[in-house]
Write a protein that binds this ligand. Structure first.
Ligand code: HEM
Length: 422
């Protein structure tokens, strides 16, 4: 047996990485702050997994995006060709780009789901008003990531969708034209727009999202997780500490999400289509990304003129009002602060969600411009090697996920034993 070294017998104490760090950095308050967070366990506990899932997907987007940046050219002459090269020549370029495209869809999807669950459980009520407001900023930033990224391949669909999308704020009185100019870097969608969108996509938006996320997480860490409106402490079976228990379930979900993104990327690789030609007329059925479809559908339904006012302008102003309403919701919903559900606000919110869902389904049913699959990516999906690699990946993921759950149960057992000790 190895002999323990101690100060008392004059020998040097054993240095572990943790003790080495503790002697140099004051970690105590940080560890105590991190250990404070607990998660209530009840029949809707799954909703607390969504924020972490969004965070994991964002980290994955940063990683795949950083790899894409090694080959992508943000210019009119180079954008399409560089993406084509990533898809056909760069080793695993098709996989990384397809993971970035699918990761973006899942990221926005999970953020929207997290938004809806926090909305319906009224998690914005006192003292979480600012957590919610930072969340609304995160939602808008996530959508802006999608909008700016869509143009970057400079294909027919992305060019015309951006042309239409950047035109919409032009109807706002007084400042409309300035906003369009600011977005496009000129009057038209050109190479300057690509450079501008690229800068937003890889610098301004990550900084904005990082800052909002820091505020969001710091507040959550301090406040802990809320119970959905209508639930009391008696409905919670347990309160798991985040570190060493609930965090392990989170990690399991992240592993499964990673597997899902890789699987989707292999079986349904991202398409590229044809290079944008600004001189050609816009093809039929141009659509934005799926998460803007309900707004796009609504703008299509509003007549060109309503009571002498421009229809598009009214649509944009309506969206602006809804955004302001959502941002200030914790201040408007006084009943939730008193642990009650306001009938008027609940009806209004449900009506808005139902209208958005109906418009979304309608837009999804309208045929759009389809892209041909890029050859090499399609070939790669057909290889038996991909199937074997995927099977191996899933075996590792399932093994790790089961192991993490075992570890969580063991940590919970130790915690309960310690609690029972007199
Ligand atoms: C990039 C996007 C986002 C990330 C990474 C993120 C991250 C997180 C994390 C890790 C949590 C703690 C665990 C959980 O409840 O899931 C959380 C909680 C929360 N988030 Fe987000 N979030 C994002 C967007 C949003 C949005 C769009 C909203 C709503 C507008 C929002 C509102 C909240 C609220 C109110 C809580 C506290 C929940 C409670 O105490 O029950 N978040 N978020």
């Amino acid at each position: 047996m190895r002999r323990r070294l101690s100060k008392s017998n004059g020998e040097r104490p054993r240095v572990t990485p943790a003790s080495w760090l503790a002697e140099r950095v004051e970690l105590g308050p940080l560890v105590a702050f991190a250990a404070k967070k607990t998660v209530p366990i009840h029949r809707h506990t799954w909703i607390y997994l969504l924020g972490g899932a969004a965070m994991f997907l964002f980290a994955l987007q940063v990683a795949t995006g950083a790899l894409l940046m090694l080959y992508y050219h943000p210019t009119e002459a180079g954008a399409f060709q560089s993406v084509e090269r990533i898809m056909t020549e760069v080793p695993f370029g098709w996989l990384v780009r397809s993971m970035h495209v699918w990761g973006a869809d899942l990221f926005v999807g999970i953020v929207v789901l997290h938004f809806l669950t926090t909305l319906l459980s009224a998690a914005y009520r006192k003292p979480r008003e600012m957590t919610w407001m930072a969340g609304v900023l995160l939602l808008f930033t996530a959508l802006a990531f999608g909008f700016s990224g869509y143009l970057l391949p400079w294909n027919e669909r992305s060019y015309f969708a951006t042309l239409v999308g950047t035109q919409i704020p032009g109807t706002i009185p007084v400042v409309g034209e300035t906003i369009v100019h600011l977005l496009r870097g000129g009057d038209q969608v050109t190479g300057d727009t690509i450079t501008r969108f690229f800068a937003a996509h890889v610098m301004f938006l990550p900084i904005a999202l990082g800052a909002a996320l820091l505020v969001h997480l710091a507040l959550i860490q301090g406040q802990g997780m809320s119970l959905p409106l209508g639930m009391t402490e008696r409905d919670a079976r347990d309160h798991q500490p985040f570190f060493t228990e609930f965090g392990l379930t989170d990690a399991g979900v992240w592993l499964v999400l990673f597997g899902l993104v890789v699987t989707l990327a292999v079986f349904l690789p991202a398409s590229l289509g044809t290079r944008a030609d600004p001189l050609q007329p816009a093809p039929e059925g141009i659509k934005p990304e799926w998460y803007f479809l309900f707004m796009f559908q609504m703008l299509k339904l509003i007549p060109a003129k309503v009571l002498g006012l421009e229809g598009n302008m009214l649509g944009v102003m309506f969206f602006g009002l809804v955004a302001l309403f959502l941002f200030t919701l914790p201040l408007l919903d006084r009943a939730a602060a008193r642990e009650r559900r306001s009938r008027l606000l609940t009806t209004l919110l449900l009506a808005l969600i139902a209208a958005a869902a109906a418009l979304q389904v309608w837009a999804l049913m309208t045929p759009g411009v389809e892209h041909a699959e890029t050859e090499t990516a399609a070939e790669a999906t057909r290889t038996a090697r991909s199937a074997v690699s995927l099977a191996l990946l899933w075996a590792v993921i399932l093994f790790l996920a089961v192991y993490l759950q075992k570890l969580r149960r063991e940590n919970a057992r130790v915690r309960r034993l310690q609690a029972e000790r007199p």
